[in-house]
Ligand binder design. Structure first.
Ligand code: NCD
Ligand code: ZN
Length: 349
């Protein structure tokens, strides 16, 4: 099948030698991508964002057409005028909020949500999107409840104060989030990852543990996975593609205290196609991958197309990635069978 070339509305490209090796997997398939700002020194101002964007541009393979869309990492001390200026000058497409200690490099994130209300107010006024990692970290909150508690304790109050603030709940993983997005009107959207659609926690934790399926938010049970399936099979146009591809070195995944994050960029679109196919809703794939997100972000639809083919294959060799410092990154589906593959249409070169 052939669809409009998709965009990835949530990806971690990292920096330096990791950026260099992971970027082509995203830029090959996706026309644009919303780049997460959670580097070890987070992107919190215009000059950092500008420099990071240039670094990304300098690593895009010559035959790929790709546009990185930069985001600003919100901290309690962020400058609301700088953020608004960044949006109006098209340096930032959105700002990202992490509560502190929820995920990789979120330690600079927010402890007291009220501290960023002035920023949210100006963002609402100028139509700048707030991207949210929707989890609360607290020792008393069960890891499987972090997302639903976030909706109740943080998300709903934010929306009461800022009803017209455009928000994307990122990488949703629960039935509560799906229901909440559907119950809201035009100002709330959500990204859904290929791994939350394809897997539940039984795939990660069986008689052995698979650290390459460990991510934030953690995979939930079948009931929640089915709710995500209903979301992509239904008619709400505010669910869209965000891979949350998040590479980590193998030494940070297969170790005593592993990081959360799944590197799916090389096979993300194939995974989505497989899930839509299994659910018998391939007719909804194009809107989810290439239309709904662009519309939510007020971006033009891409002109180019991409083709997907269905055949069983094992995408072996090209996938174990070696970095300059001789460490490795293991992509999801390394050495496993895949049902679909992708190819750019020739006339698009
Ligand atoms: C992401 C990362 O590694 O940067 N990890 C993850 O498990 N998704 C951060 C994030 O999006 O939570
Ligand atoms: Zn992410």
């Amino acid at each position: 099948m052939t669809i409009i070339k998709p965009d990835d509305f949530h990806v971690h490209l990292r920096e330096k030698d990791v950026l260099k090796i992971v970027l082509p997997y995203t830029s090959r398939i996706f026309q644009r991508a919303v780049i997460m700002p959670n580097l070890s020194v987070p992107i919190t101002n215009l000059s950092q964002a500008y420099k990071y964007k240039q670094n990304i541009y300098s690593e895009i393979p010559k035959n790929h057409k790709f546009e990185p869309l930069m985001t600003c990492y919100l901290t309690e001390n962020c400058n609301k005028n700088m953020i608004a200026q960044g949006f109006l000058e098209k340096i930032f497409i959105a700002a990202k909020m992490y509560l502190s200690h929820t995920t990789t490099n979120s330690n600079h994130g927010i402890n007291n949500i009220k501290k960023i209300f002035p920023v949210l107010e100006i963002m609402q006024k100028i139509g700048m999107i707030l991207l949210i990692h929707g989890e609360i970290y607290n020792k008393n909150i069960d890891i499987f409840d972090r997302e639903s508690r976030f909706i109740e304790n943080i998300m709903k109050p934010i929306r009461r104060f800022f009803p017209q603030l455009k928000v994307v709940l990122e990488h949703i993983s629960t039935k509560e989030s799906v229901d909440y997005v559907i119950s809201e009107k035009k100002y709330l959207g959500a990204t859904i990852t290929p791994h939350h659609l394809m897997f539940n926690y039984n795939d990660m934790l069986s008689n052995k543990i698979n650290p390459h399926l460990y991510c934030a938010p953690i995979l939930k049970n079948k009931k929640h996975q089915s709710a995500l399936h209903s979301a992509i099979s239904g008619n709400c146009k505010r669910f869209f593609l965000g891979t949350d591809s998040a590479p980590h070195f193998i030494t940070d995944k297969e170790c005593k205290l592993g990081y959360a994050g799944i590197f799916n960029a090389p096979i993300a679109l194939e995974m989505y196609a497989t899930v839509f196919d299994n659910l018998n809703v391939l007719d909804k794939l194009e809107a989810f991958c290439s239309i709904n997100g662009a519309r939510f972000y007020n971006l033009p639809l891409n002109k180019e197309k991409i083709s997907l083919f269905k055949f069983l294959h094992i995408p072996k060799k090209k996938f174990l990635l070696k970095t300059n410092n001789k460490n490795f990154i293991v992509p999801l589906f390394f050495n496993k069978k895949l049902k679909w593959t992708t190819k750019l249409k020739k006339n698009n070169k």
